[in-house]
Design a protein around this ligand. Structure first.
Ligand code: ZN
Length: 138
């Protein structure tokens, strides 16, 4: 049996994917928290949340691991979140926008980047030369 792709918290290694969805803890601008389900298929921007957890299009939503509560903010761009994809015994860094309504996803395998989503042009970090990237890494 082939293993399904798994999405993993970079800190505690818990499986974030249940069924077809990745479960994250979200926090809106008013510091209200709620669970968000993001579709696990790359390029599918379907998400599910309880109607009582509200945010506006364009609003930054902070994402946290629902198990260990670590912030999933990426090191180099505050508007991108970072989780790990494990597929066929390989692991990839997944970056996605935390701006509500913005469709940008990057699958990074070493130096190879595949960008998905109509807003993926916004994050030019992935088009930069490696010698510039090193200055941005913390
Ligand atoms: Zn975690």
């Amino acid at each position: 049996m082939e293993m399904e792709p798994q999405y993993i918290c970079p800190k505690c290694n818990v499986n974030l994917k249940v069924g077809d969805y990745i479960i994250l803890l979200g926090q809106n601008r008013k510091n209200e928290k709620g669970l968000i389900l993001l579709h696990s298929e790359i390029g599918n921007y379907t998400s599910i949340k309880h109607p009582s957890f509200k945010f506006e299009p364009g609003e930054p939503v902070e994402f946290y691991c629902p198990v260990c509560h670590v912030s999933l903010a990426s090191d180099f761009d505050e508007n991108l979140s970072h989780i790990i994809l494990e597929e066929k015994e390989k692991s990839y860094d997944i970056y996605f926008s935390r701006i509500a309504g913005e469709e940008s996803t990057y699958v990074v395998d070493g130096d190879k980047v595949s960008a998905t989503g109509e807003h993926s042009y916004k994050y030019t970090y992935f088009k930069m030369d490696d010698k510039f990237k090193q200055y941005l890494r913390r």
